[in-house]
Design a protein around this ligand. Structure first.
Ligand code: ATP
Ligand code: MG
Length: 414
């Protein structure tokens, strides 16, 4: 049995002991029971809000689940995915029997993205030490590339000082690709590295996609490309889960909740963009702004070819005044030639034409849908120019520009 206290860091930097967690021992299949209960002090606090408005409403009841599946997906959100989990295990030298989520939460402590921290009962949260200096970027990238080769065989990994620094800086952000947290005088950034398995310039393409998204009227975090030796580049994206008014000491946090958690989707799911819009209408603090924002993001994804539109690539940020749609992130053209999107547009995973997208917006009651489609299309058609500015190789520009032009054509070839 593992017991943990869940601490919530508010936008002001104050920390509240929000809930108590208990996890049973795993059976031979790795299944374990989980329980969650808000603390009486938290429930009595005027600053309290539900950590998942659908699955964990503020109440005295005890919530039960299996592993970190529903209703506890908000806790799963706090954990990194593939890349970060491997680093967390290496960093804390967790043996095979101690690599399940409760152990990972305990190892993560207060170093995850978002506002949740996990500590043994009775322990007060300490300072976080999860980011490296931007000056170490080159060494971090070298260590990341070394580890990418070695994590398949962790026994062989050489853990020197730089690797240790990468393990600390890289083990909190989610996502599958190599990344780390770095700080400079303006705050904290997520550094997204090239991967050894990339067959296109993912870093340049992601920077170009963020630039296009900004031109298309989407809110995106600050970002910039950093050039390192051997023609390698790293994309820096400013963290949006830290209170910008508090960014120098980096203490104030915003709670992040993915749409995967909010929609209680686990494993294989078949959900539609409309489900995200309906959830914003039901749980959001400002649906009149966030529904058109989500629709704009859907149109952008459809026309750019951002087919990896899974539910962890959309999230909400919360404080006591409610849940709002986060800035857009993890945007790329269709680098895997998948054509089909993860989320359905109405009934199909294939991207509708701009005219069909506008019709969907009207059907769903999205204000200004036709204008949004026109604005996004005009921006996305500037792909070649923006990608060239971001030094994406010419053959890749041609390949993705053709795909985008096809997506923007109203009359489709079968
Ligand atoms: N600017 C940001 N500020 C705070 N959190 C962020 C930011 N960008 C991304 N995140 C969080 O980090 C996670 C990983 O980021 P991202 O999706 O960009 O990585 P990825 O490795 O490309 O993902 P994927 O596994 O979807 O390919 C996201 O799911 C989100 O929770
Ligand atoms: Mg992602």
């Amino acid at each position: 049995m593992i017991r943990l206290d869940l601490w919530l860091t508010l936008a002001t930097g104050e920390k509240l002991r929000a809930a108590e967690l208990a996890f049973g021992d795993a059976d031979f299949q790795g299944r374990y029971a989980s329980a969650f209960r808000y603390t009486p002090d938290y429930l009595a606090d005027a600053r309290a809000f539900a950590l998942d408005p659908a699955a964990l409403p503020l109440s005295e009841q005890e919530f039960h689940g299996k592993q970190l599946d529903t209703p506890l997906l908000a806790l799963e959100d706090a954990l990194p995915d593939d890349w970060g989990r491997r680093l967390l295990i290496l960093c804390h030298s967790l043996p095979r029997g101690c690599q399940s989520e409760p152990y990972l939460l305990q190892a993560l402590a207060g170093n995850g993205l978002g506002a949740l921290g996990f500590y043994p009962p009775g322990q007060t949260p300490g300072g976080e030490a999860n980011a490296a200096s931007l000056l170490e970027l080159q060494a971090l990238l070298d260590a990341a590339q070394r580890l990418e080769q070695e994590v398949g065989n962790p026994g062989n990994a050489v853990i020197d000082d730089t690797t240790r620094s990468l393990l600390a800086a890289g083990s909190s952000p989610g996502g599958a690709r190599p990344k780390a947290l770095v700080y400079d005088g303006t705050g904290q950034w997520i550094a997204k590295f090239p991967s050894r398995s990339d067959d296109v310039d993912m870093v340049g393409l992601e920077a170009a996609s963020l630039e296009l998204a900004r031109l298309a009227g989407l809110e995106v975090p600050d970002f910039r490309l950093v050039e390192l030796d051997h023609n390698r580049r790293v994309l820096l994206v400013k963290r949006f889960d830290l209170n910008p008014l508090n960014s120098i000491n980096m203490r104030g946090r915003l709670h992040m909740l993915s749409f995967r958690a909010l929609l209680q989707a686990s494993g294989y799911y078949v959900l539609r963009y409309f489900d995200l819009i309906a959830a914003l209408r039901q749980h959001g603090a400002q649906p009149e702004q966030d529904v058109p924002r989500m629709f704009r993001q859907m149109v952008f994804n459809a026309l750019l070819g951002n087919t990896d539109d899974h539910l962890k690539n959309f999230c909400l940020l919360a404080d006591a005044s409610g849940y709002r749609l986060s800035p857009a992130f993890d945007l790329l053209p269709d680098t895997g030639d998948r054509r089909e999107h993860v989320l359905l547009f109405d009934l199909t995973p294939l991207p509708p034409s701009p005219a069909e997208l506008a019709a969907l917006g009207r059907k769903w009651g999205v204000s200004g849908a036709a204008a949004i489609c026109q604005e996004v299309e005009a921006a996305v058609l500037r792909f070649s120019e923006v990608a060239a500015d971001n030094k994406v190789p010419a053959n890749e520009i041609t390949r993705f520009a053709e795909d985008i032009a096809r997506r923007c054509r109203t009359e489709r070839q079968p």
